[in-house]
Design a protein around this ligand. Structure first.
Ligand code: KG4
Ligand code: ZN
Length: 336
């Protein structure tokens, strides 16, 4: 049986995204990032929903056009129903509901973090199980053990800020733009990673959990007490403190669970130091390392459509009128 052609929509946070996916084949992947938040140094939920309302139709049209498909060629609609900002999720789910009703085709709700977890398989469907995946973005930081497409266990989560949020908040203190991660990545290359000893939260506590709020406070006090601090050194030392913990905990999980593959997903996966360190540690363990290309790693709809194609095979679709948003489901990630 040929794979279903799925139109996927993602509007959980501040990116409006749509994709057309046929099994593991991505026919189009369109992402529109909202610039309106730059002024505020962080995401303003009300502005995010308004921008989604303006963008969702043109972005879906662009995804259909890039895929050379019309709405009549689509077999099912997939949409992120949580976790995320309630207003943003509502725009995407209601739009998806309308399309599915109009065409009388199945609607597949997709959990945003589950989609991040499996996004490396979009890059390489042959990646072996068991695997551990580090999901690191502006909203989430989690280590997950994967034994198959329908089975995973969350080993650890952040207890406060997400890793990307830590990058963003430090960047804001330094007067860099939003999002801050890419600025810190760039400036860190000119600085000394051991110039300042910032705290490595929960590094030795034996759990797979993270905490970045102590780092944020330490940087604030350091900047208050060192008015002439070299910004490149602050960036390099901050980045090292974040990356040290992310890599140490992921590798500890990989060893404990004797996995064959180590995966990296989410916007922070673009960080060069994180990728290099994870890749070299994975190779020392003899594990395959996969971090998907940026377009599949940041918030995108290709990952939503890809996971939806698995869910559809598993018989997991809802009647369009039954779609519900689950905005605060972040800690409710559980094996299915
Ligand atoms: O996945 P994403 O696009 O959106 C969500 O937050 O879900 O991730 C965005 C996050 C931001 O916090 C941004 O600062 C961070 O990813 N980021 C980076 C880099 N590029 C993006 N952090 C560190 N180094 C980077 N090169
Ligand atoms: Zn995300």
């Amino acid at each position: 049986m040929p794979d279903s052609v799925i139109l996927a929509i993602e509007t959980s946070c501040d990116d409006t995204a749509a994709a057309v996916v046929e099994g593991t084949n991505v026919l189009s992947n369109v992402i529109s990032s909202q610039a309106v938040h730059d002024l505020w140094g962080g995401i303003v939920p009300e502005l995010a929903s308004r921008e989604h309302v303006l963008s969702v139709v043109p972005i879906v049209k662009a995804a259909l056009r890039d895929a050379d498909r019309s709405l009549d060629d689509i077999d099912a609609i997939a949409v992120t129903n949580g976790p995320g900002l309630p207003g943003s999720l509502t725009v995407g789910t209601q739009f998806a509901r309308g399309l599915a009703l109009r065409r009388s085709i199945p609607l597949i709700p997709v959990h945003h973090i589950e989609a991040h977890i499996y996004s490396p398989y979009l890059e390489d469907p042959g990646i072996g199980f068991p695997a551990v995946c580090l999901v690191v973005s502006g909203g989430h930081t989690a280590i997950v053990h994967l034994s198959g497409f329908a089975e995973y266990t969350v080993l650890g989560l952040t207890r406060d800020d997400a890793a990307g949020e830590a990058f963003d908040k430090v960047a804001k203190m330094l007067g860099l733009g939003y999002p801050g991660g890419p600025h810190i990545d760039r400036l860190a290359a000119e600085g000394k990673a051991d110039a300042i000893q910032f705290p490595r939260g929960l590094l030795h506590d034996g759990s797979y959990d993270f905490s970045f709020s102590g780092l944020k406070t330490a940087v604030r006090y350091y900047l208050r007490d060192h008015q002439n601090a070299r910004i490149e050194d602050v960036c390099a030392s901050t980045q090292a403190a974040i990356v040290d913990v992310l890599v140490a905990k992921t590798i500890a999980a990989a060893k404990a669970y004797q996995v064959t593959s180590i995966l990296l997903s989410g916007g922070v996966a673009a960080n060069r130091m994180l990728r290099q360190r994870m890749e070299s540690q994975a190779s020392l363990l003899g594990c395959t390392f996969v971090a998907p290309r940026q377009g599949y790693s940041v918030d995108n709809a290709a990952m939503i459509g890809f996971l939806a194609s698995h869910r559809l095979e598993q018989g997991y679709a809802v009647h369009p009128t039954h779609i519900r948003i689950q905005p605060s489901a972040l800690r409710a990630v559980r094996p299915i």
